[in-house]
Design a protein around this ligand. Structure first.
Ligand SMILES: NC(=O)c1ccc[n+]([C@@H]2O[C@H](COP(=O)([O-])OP(=O)(O)OC[C@H]3O[C@@H](n4cnc5c(N)ncnc54)[C@H](OP(=O)(O)O)[C@@H]3O)[C@@H](O)[C@H]2O)c1
Length: 339
């Protein structure tokens, strides 16, 4: 029997969300289950996909439900779960959604169904965590052969960059992690907040290339760069980094994850030839999400039990206020929508 389900959709060709009641029928497909949604986060990927601006989505002339993932109750098991549900005709910003069982990941039993602080933290941090997990576990080359792994995070002051500091060290065994950012006071704040960060590097138009090279010369040679920004911040970092390397034959892997700092950049041929340098990327398309159950489960366990991300505190808003929340969205405030 179809039920009424409140949901948030973006009716084409507008770019504004609408809170609407829709008919909903629980799934009859054995491979799917119905999730009663508790919390969904608004973040860059959710917005870019909803507006048809992300490379992973083709512009669709029909109305579509927004959202990529969330936390809710699996109605077939009554378990608290993290779930992902994106692709044509799918989404997560609704009271109930039908989800593939392969993309449902239970919380540890110790987490109560009304532990909203933990639920919101997982909703906010899962996507950012996936970025670094996939980079290390599915994209980086020869990770197990790197001795004393040294990681540089470009865009370290953002949500995904910040959690990557902990994931690099606590999950993938990095010995040293440095953070690059455009704003020095935010970098200092980050260092105070995340004590395991080894050093910070300010990169902007006020920092000369010479002083940037000198800064990198004072640090260890980098093995893996996690680049959340692309654009001029990434290019200035890359250029100085390459010129500062003590051992040009040591493998340097630059993994692009986001392009919030602008697109595209042009890399001089000399950069490619003068170093043992690999440029690659990580995101939807370059890895098979359906084959990542281990990664998703690790993220749910580690974030919900506070192994990583315990310093994040999300704010929440009622789903009925989605239009205001969407229009006044500020990535600095980690917001979830409660259903
Ligand atoms: N591929 C994946 O799997 C994956 C997963 C998660 C996220 N991402 C992408 O990664 C990027 C960062 O996500 P996030 O959640 O960390 O975002 P966020 O919390 O909004 O942080 C944005 C970061 O980028 C910096 N930044 C913003 N605009 C910039 C500019 N014009 N030039 C240089 N730096 C700039 C910010 O610096 P300030 O702190 O100084 O403002 C901050 O460090 C987004 O593009 C997101 O879509 C990709």
């Amino acid at each position: 029997m179809p039920k009424i389900n409140a949901a948030v959709i973006i009716p084409a060709p507008t770019s504004k969300p609408v809170y609407k009641e829709l008919q909903f029928a629980p799934t009859t497909d054995d491979d799917k289950t119905t999730v009663k949604v508790i919390s969904t986060a608004i973040y860059h990927l959710v917005r870019a996909r909803a507006l048809g601006k992300h490379y992973s989505v083709s512009s669709d002339p029909t109305e579509s439900l927004i959202g990529v993932d969330g936390v809710g109750i699996d109605e077939s098991t009554n378990k608290l779960v993290y779930f992902a549900n994106f692709g044509p005709g799918q989404g997560t910003f609704a009271e109930r959604v039908n989800v593939s069982k392969r993309l449902i990941f239970p919380f540890p039993k110790s987490i109560k169904h009304d532990d909203y602080e933990t639920i919101d933290r997982v909703a906010v941090l899962a996507n950012g965590s996936i970025a670094s997990h996939l980079s290390f576990s599915k994209r980086a080359l020869n990770l197990d052969k790197i001795k004393d792994l040294t990681v540089l995070i470009v865009g370290a002051t953002g949500t995904a960059g910040k959690i990557a500091i902990e994931i690099s060290k606590l999950t993938y065994g990095a010995k040293t992690v440095y953070g690059v950012g455009r704003n020095f006071s935010k970098l200092q704040q980050l260092q105070n907040e995340v004590k395991i960060l080894d050093d910070i590097v300010e990169v902007n138009e006020h920092v000369s290339e010479e002083s940037l090279i000198a800064k990198f010369e004072s640090l260890k040679d980098i093995d893996i760069v996690l680049d959340y920004t692309y654009g001029t911040l990434a290019l200035s970092t890359l250029t100085a980094l390459i010129k500062s390397r003590k051992d040009s034959t040591r493998l340097l892997q630059w993994i692009n994850i986001g392009s919030i700092g602008g697109d595209p950049i042009s890399i001089p041929a000399g950069v490619l030839r003068s170093q043992n340098f690999y440029l690659l990327g990580s995101g939807i398309g370059s890895v098979d999400f359906a084959a990542l159950s281990g990664v998703f489960q690790t993220i749910v366990d580690d974030v919900s039990l506070g192994k990583v991300g315990s310093f994040f505190k999300a704010q929440s808003a009622d789903s009925k206020n989605i239009v205001d929340e969407w229009e006044n969205w500020d990535p600095a405030f980690k917001k979830t929508i409660r259903w």
